[in-house]
Design a protein around this ligand. Structure first.
Ligand SMILES: C[S@@+](CC[C@H](N)C(=O)[O-])C[C@H]1O[C@@H](n2cnc3c(N)ncnc32)[C@H](O)[C@@H]1O
Length: 199
């Protein structure tokens, strides 16, 4: 069984990172797990204050949280992931990470979570699997456009309820689905990575 990356070095290079994964996880890597340069840029924006709590909505195998936690040991990184097998890989990878203490993985649907405690959110267009059949992670879910809309509306409400100053980073997401009082601060990686602060 694959146990996930075992050292910080694997989080310095995407190919090296992928080389430690099982063939199935490796195949999913380019499409589903954030590139390390994207993670670094997103984490720098989200970790603006020591003690910040940052959540990755749909954390997959934990690449964002683990790589970000190594760069910002004075912040806490949380991930919520609906697929148990991915969550378990994230847990194993966390165990092998030197920055274990500031990484927290939860198994479940993001709709079950209380978002009031988080200062920053990272969102790599997690619900798009409901719209596009190409390159899906697996067939364990009943995908539908209706589910996409339900999740997108749910996230909109969460973002609406967040406090002034909340930081949000989206990757490959649709800005039209965000509340208007999230001000776009910076956009990079061909406009795929966007950083916002709630006004
Ligand atoms: C594109 S991957 C991103 C993984 C990780 N955030 C990263 O950047 O490497 C999106 C993940 O979101 C998860 N996901 C999708 N809908 C979800 C939901 N409603 N609740 C929790 N996780 C969800 C998927 O299972 C998938 O692992």
């Amino acid at each position: 069984m694959n146990t996930g990356p075992v050292s910080t070095a694997y989080y310095s290079d995407d190919e090296l990172y992928a080389s430690q994964l099982s063939p199935r996880m490796k195949k999913l890597s380019p499409m589903h797990w954030s590139p390390l340069e994207v993670i670094k840029t997103a984490a720098a924006f989200l970790s603006d204050k020591p003690g910040s709590k940052i959540i990755d909505i749909g954390s997959g195998i934990g690449k964002f949280c683990i790589a970000a936690a190594q760069e910002y040991p004075d912040c806490d990184f949380y991930g919520i992931e609906q697929r148990k097998d991915l969550h378990e890989i994230a847990l194993l990878s966390r165990k092998n990470s030197p920055s274990e203490l500031n990484i927290h993985f939860m198994h479940g649907n993001f709709t079950e979570l209380d978002f009031s405690r988080y200062d920053g959110l990272y969102f790599f267009n997690s619900f798009a699997e409901n719209l596009y059949s190409f390159g899906r992670i697996d067939n364990s879910i009943q995908y539908s456009a209706g589910l996409y809309n339900y999740y997108a509306n749910y996230l909109y409400k969460i973002l609406e309820d967040k406090a002034y100053g909340t930081r949000l980073v989206t990757y490959h997401a649709n800005d039209a689905e965000l509340p208007k009082n999230y001000q776009l601060i910076q956009t990079t990686f061909n406009d795929h990575l966007k950083m916002y602060i709630k006004e």
